[in-house]
Design a protein around this ligand. Structure first.
Ligand code: SAM
Length: 329
């Protein structure tokens, strides 16, 4: 397994396969002024497979498809099948808003996808429209039902907590966990990419401790669940009177850089060394000038070596160049 210069074992590759999204969450994508990677500059399914083979050859085992919205990619089932069929891929998951799952959940499952994280910021229909803008609750619930039917389990629900938008709705989401339906994780906002969305992330930030207090005040005490994996980004808790689990992902108030095991691939073919940093190494040029698995593996190992640690999110400083939808959440 590759180790970086801080001794961290890096075996988890998150692949952003597209930077387009069908939603415009207020903290992620502005309504105007967006520019996207032109289609010819996106890595092809075959190129993504080469990267996955290279990653496995140096010890990566876990893979996640993300975006943008990964299900918007017309060949997402083929991308999934290609990665899923690489020997040595032990886990293949996807992060999605779930809207297109009613038609894609089963083919994705058959192509080798194992698990899903589905993004639902609130169960309140009007506030959902304000926060995620183009989403409807019916579409999201239908997506979750389709994923369950297809056996893409366990499903984790991701809720990014944004003051004055959904900070009051966390209890309703946590109640779904208490009822044993969902594993819900509450994520702290990070100011990525500068501009309007980073401003929202800074001004509407809610610390996980506050979200937890709000949930406990209504639903009773939460007891820590011992971490199953040292690199789990979430601190998980169980209700003392129920089976459900809620998690808190707190990159700002409780950074977990020391446990990071991730490398990222952007849709335009760069290894992005850390979510909260702009450092990248190009891999597309190597792929498009005849490079194969060995060349890509060498670039990936260099990326692991250069991977930074630490961030200055508490000072409001983060990436300048890329926003979350351009890196892959
Ligand atoms: N479209 C998919 C989705 O909605 O899950 C995958 C990409 S999206 C960028 C992944 C996750 O990143 C979502 O849960 C979203 O709420 C979260 N996210 C986006 N911008 C964020 C930010 N600035 N801080 C924290 N989380 C953010």
């Amino acid at each position: 397994m590759p180790r970086d210069r801080f001794g961290r074992e890096i075996d988890y590759l998150r692949l952003s396969v597209i930077d387009h999204c069908n939603l415009r969450c207020v903290y992620c994508m502005p309504l105007r002024g967006l520019s996207f990677v032109p289609a010819p500059e996106l890595l092809t399914a075959a190129e993504i497979e080469t990267v996955a083979r290279a990653a496995v050859s140096v010890g990566f085992r876990k893979f996640r498809l993300t975006g943008g919205e990964p299900t918007l990619r017309p060949d997402i089932v083929e991308v999934t099948r290609r990665i899923g069929s690489v020997p040595g891929v032990e886990d293949l998951a996807m992060t999605t808003n779930g809207i297109l799952l009613p038609r894609l959940a089963r083919p994705l499952r058959e192509a080798g996808l194992r698990r899903l994280n589905i993004h639902v910021d609130t169960l309140h229909p009007e506030r959902l429209k304000m926060l995620m803008r183009f989403a409807s609750l019916e579409e999201m619930e239908a997506g979750i039902a389709a994923a369950e039917e297809a056996g893409l389990l366990p499903i984790k629900i991701n809720c990014t907590v944004t003051r004055d938008f959904n900070d009051g709705d966390v209890v309703d989401l946590a109640r779904r966990a208490l009822d044993g339906d969902w594993h819900v994780r509450f994520i702290e906002l990070m100011p990525l990419g500068g501009g309007e969305t980073a401003h929202v992330a800074l001004s509407q930030f809610v610390p996980s401790a506050e979200t937890r207090r709000r949930i406990e005040a209504e639903l009773g005490p939460l007891e820590p669940v011992p971490s199953q994996s040292p690199s789990d980004e979430a601190r998980n808790f169980r209700f003392s009177h129920g089976d459900g689990v809620v998690g808190f992902i707190s990159p700002v108030s409780e950074p977990y850089c020391g446990a990071c095991n991730r490398m990222r691939l952007t849709a335009d073919g760069k290894f992005h060394l850390c979510l909260l940093n702009d450092d990248e190494l190009d891999v597309k040029q190597a792929l498009r000038s005849g490079g194969g698995t060995a060349e890509v593996a060498a670039i990936l190992l260099k990326a692991v070596t250069l991977k930074p640690t630490g961030h200055r999110l508490d000072e409001g400083l983060s990436t300048r160049v890329r926003s979350m939808f351009q890196i892959g959440g």
